[in-house]
Design a protein around this ligand. Sequence first.
Ligand code: ZN
Length: 428
Amino acid sequence: MIFKDVYFLGSDNAVHRGDIAVRDGVIVYTGERAPVGDYGEVIEGKPRLVLPGFVNAHCHVPMTLLRGYGEGLPLDRWLYERIFPFEAEMTEEDVYWGSLVGIAEMLTSGVTSFTDMYSFCGSVCRAVELSGIKANVSRGLLSLDGGALRDSQGFYETEQLFADWNGAADGRIIADASIHAEYTSHPEFVRELAGFARSRDAGIHIHLSETRKEHNECVERHNMTPTQYFEHCGVFESRVTAAHCVHVTGEDMALLARHKATAAHCPTSNLKLGSGIAPVPAMIKTGVAVALGTDGASSNNNLNMLEEIHLAALIHSGVAEDSAILPPGETLQLAARNGALSQGRENTGVIDAGYKADFAVLSLDSLHLQPLHDILTGAVYAAQSGDVEMTVVDGKILYRDNRVQTFDVREAVEKATAAAHRIARLLP
Ligand SMILES: [Zn+2]
């Protein structure tokens, strides 16, 4: 395909105008005018902004089934009293349909890849495979009873995930290891899983210092912060995505930076659940890679990455009383390139020759973008997910003109809705 005469975010983080040519899923040209040739479909004729595809760096995609369920509780009560009992009733098929709904929703806001933590990972992977999106999928392991890793059902499922799906769908699916959190684990369990991840050269996905209570209780239990606890267990010897990082200390930040871990910043979830606001500018200053995530649909309550971009850009300016603390170009970099790197995907997240053709294509003709002096501030502060005209993964258009191209969204919504209501009826 070739995009002719579009605006695009270049590798220098500035907006350029010209052509983007793609062959075999890879960008072969960016610049003023592509050499004459047959690139396949020609996309031209209206004002468009092509951005590197967004990476949702922290998600629980099947949790679309729990959207709006168990509202109004603090995180610990919400988890133990509402979420865990609901999840105990979910089947493999429920997870599949819930995942398809979540993926469809992500495609409508320009998401080309996501990092997920859940159970029934085979169902998540089947949905990813069908949809054409990319994902790093992991089974979130918990050890509430203090049992050994090797005896746990979750570890069995992790091994299955790696055997069946790692590198599947032309490399679109990557299997990661995962520990849910410090407060749902014990050190020996974590140490063993870290060893497993090292032996597979795999990434690890965790929740980290999401709430003040979690952070302080860990310090009481182990005389260590959650970050120190995971370092102590060997987790940071692998590529780590640490979701939230709301209550990390200065020392924690230095530790995360030293180990090249990525903090997945989830502003909506943290605000909604009353967890706080992550010290993103301080993390960036300390050298921590920060990416953006939506978290699950039940703690957000949507999977709209443009909203996370908008919110991240706003709240840190407000907290720091400095409107330049997280400029639009940098915010978009958190949403795309940093997310891609957190997934171990070096070959995407940049619009330049040689990188994968993963794009969020925004139409620039809607009313709230008229007139427009500055395209990047338009994308970050004014654009809505309805402006996403196309989502492209590996050069394939997965979403276009309000339609997901790869599967029947209406069927997925019907099946997911039936599952959600069936489970809700079973519970008090
Ligand atoms: Zn989460």
